[in-house]
Every structure is written in structure tokens, then in C-alpha cells.
Design a protein around this ligand. Structure first.
Ligand code: ADE
Length: 228
């Protein structure tokens, strides 16, 4: 899968995606991430990527020309672009099923907005989907873009050694995760539940299912409503 990220602040995005699971996905050749500084596509002599909003108001707006030019360039490369996604607090809210859906695409472009947003003509003419990572406002779309790439990378086939691990994640089947423990079984008198030491996998599965249901009921009853 190929992901192109368009941003006015490429340094925010560069480091983290080379680490951990997205880094491993790239090393294994299962994911390609390309970061584009839209300033490189600016057309005026000051290389401006933003300007004041028509009609007045606070904040700056990302100009259309550099974004159109960058997308134009990406369209000349091999393979059709499946989605151009604009990260914005007024988009559809990201969740696991959206991550699953996007992980099946070959090529996606992520556009990280900044300042007061992006010229509406970009949204109307280029963007195919608008996604928010939650009901709060961040200072830009870079962190949300990284959230999407991370959530997608870890479910690409072959990225995680133990494929069942991604499938039993919180949300993957509509429940939160059960508690996990590792050695030592007794840490300063804090004990691991006996059942996990029993070696009885049927009982362990039942215990985990009960824990997941209870945690979901307490913390996210809305998830249980959705599954009925
Ligand atoms: N840009 C600023 N806040 C955002 C959010 N919550 N989700 C996606 N993009 C954003």
C-alpha cells in the first residue's frame, strides 16, 4: 500500500512513521509512505502556501495552487489514487471499521490542513473523503494523518507477526480488551489472577470474554448498543 501525505509541516510527520509498527511495515515493503512539503509546489516567489480568507475572519487558509499541483504530480505516477482524504475536525469520525476499510486500498493520499483550513475548492474538487480523529480540535492535520497511517499499517496482512493479535484488539470485534499480565506472577504481593496460570485454555477464554464484556459494559455501553 502506498500513502502520500501532503503537509506544510513535513518535519512533524517524518520521524514517527519510521518507528515501531509503521516502520516495520515499511521495512517489510508492505507500506510505502511518501511525505510531500506543499511549499515545494508553491507558485509565487515567496513560496506562500496560505493566505487571508476572503470575506475576513481569523486565521489563514491553505491556498489551492500548491495542493492542486502536488496532486497533479501524484496522478502522473503509476497506479490510480483510491482516496484523497482531508483530515479535519468536521469530517466523519475515524474508527476501527474505517481503518479496516482503508487498509484494503492500494493508494491513498492524506491532506493535512493547517491554519484555518483549506480553500473549499480543494475539498470540492480533489478530496474524496473527510475524516476527523475525534471531537476535539488539534492545531493541524499532521497528527491525525499519523493516527490513520498507524491504525492502517498494523492491520496490513503480514505486518504483525501474530495476525490474531490485531484481530482481538479492542474495537476489532466491538468489545474492549481484557486485562493482560506478564511475569512475575507475584509482584510485591500483587497477584496475577489464578485462572491465567491454570493452563486451562477454555477457562482462560471464558474469563477473558467475561472481562471484556464487563469492561465494555462499564466504560463503553454505547458499543454494546451498536452490536444489538
Ligand atoms: N485537524 C484538527 N483537528 C482535527 C481532528 N480532530 N481530526 C482530524 N483533523 C484535525
Amino acid at each position: 500500500m502506498r500513502v502520500d501525505i501532503l503537509t506544510a509541516l513535513p518535519e512533524i510527520v517524518r520521524g514517527p512513521l519510521n518507528e515501531s509498527i509503521p516502520g516495520r511495515a515499511q521495512e517489510k515493503g508492505l507500506l510505502e509512505v511518501h511525505i510531500h512539503d506543499i511549499r515545494a509546489y508553491a507558485t509565487d516567489k515567496y513560496r506562500r502556501v496560505d493566505d487571508y480568507p476572503f470575506g475576513g475572519g481569523a486565521g489563514m487558509v491553505l491556498k489551492p495552487e500548491p495542493i492542486f499541483a502536488c496532486i497533479e504530480h501524484l496522478r502522473t505516477l503509476d497506479g490510480a489514487i483510491d482516496e484523497v482524504i482531508f483530515l479535519t475536525p468536521d469530517g466523519e469520525v475515524f474508527n476501527q471499521s474505517l481503518a479496516n476499510e482503508l487498509s484494503l486500498k492500494n493508494r491513498i493520499v492524506l491532506l493535512a490542513g493547517h491554519y484555518k483550513g483549506v480553500d473549499q475548492r480543494v475539498r470540492d474538487s480533489i478530496v474524496t473523503r473527510e475524516i476527523s480523529i475525534g471531537d476535539y480540535v488539534l492545531s493541524g492535520g499532521e497528527l491525525p494523518a499519523m493516527v490513520l497511517v498507524d491504525a492502517i499499517a498494523r492491520i496490513l496482512p503480514g505486518v504483525l507477526g501474530d495476525t490474531s493479535s490485531a484481530l482481538t484488539d479492542s474495537f476489532q470485534d466491538g468489545f474492549l480488551d481484557a486485562p493482560t499480565f506478564t511475569r512475575p506472577a507475584d509482584f510485591n504481593g500483587l497477584l496475577v489472577p489464578d485462572v491465567l496460570l491454570s493452563g486451562d485454555h477454555k477457562r482462560i477464554d471464558e474469563w477473558r470474554d467475561a472481562q471484556r464484556l464487563e469492561k465494555t459494559r462499564l466504560r463503553r455501553p454505547d458499543l454494546l448498543d451498536d452490536s444489538i
